[in-house]
Design a protein around this ligand. Structure first.
Ligand code: DLZ
Length: 159
């Protein structure tokens, strides 16, 4: 009998990662949303074996500042992986495109430069409603997904 492929649900994976320090850079723009991303990320990290004392949270004013904040978490706080959490909502100006692209590129650059996982946990949506649905609503929580990605990368590096 044919069976359906199971949908990949990142947040349901099990991990056992210990003795790793995780930095979280979290943007303050749309902080009602980013607080939920942060909570989702912390839940997953702790369930995955990360001690609360090994989670270092640093606020950034907006998403544009996330890559530099991630760099500080690596250089100064000796993070083994960093989650960058933010929420960029499309407005009436091209700001959205400039910020989104700069952040995505910056996050990747820091990860490649320091050779550690730096995860893009930034919502880029057209509306606040879409952001709500992806920060603990019907489309999951991008903060939780970012934490899963970091744990997956740390586990992959062990092998
Ligand atoms: C300026 C700005 C705008 C218009 N929109 C957002 C947004 O939707 N999400 C976000 O995280 N940040 C936004 N910012 C702030 C920029 O990220 C940045 O903090 C400022 O341009 C200062 O460099």
């Amino acid at each position: 009998m044919a069976s359906r492929a199971k949908a990949y649900k990142p947040a349901s994976r099990k991990f056992s990662v210990s003795n790793k320090r995780i930095g979280i850079a979290v943007a303050q723009w749309h902080n009602d949303i980013t607080e939920k991303l942060l909570k989702g990320a912390i839940d997953v990290l702790q369930k995955g074996g990360i001690q609360p004392s090994d989670i270092i949270i640093m606020q950034a004013p907006g998403s544009f500042e996330l890559p530099l904040t991630a760099q500080w978490l690596i250089k100064d706080s000796k993070a083994d992986a960093v989650l960058c959490l933010g929420c960029i909502i499309k407005g009436e100006t091209p700001h959205f495109d400039y910020i989104s692209q700069a952040v995505a590129g910056g996050v990747m650059k820091v990860g490649l430069e320091y050779n550690i996982p730096v995860i893009f946990g930034v919502l880029t949506t057209n509306t606040v409603q879409q952001a709500r649905e992806r920060s603990g609503g019907k489309h999951g929580n991008k903060g939780a997904d970012a934490a899963v990605a970091a744990l997956e990368m740390l586990e992959a590096k062990k092998h």
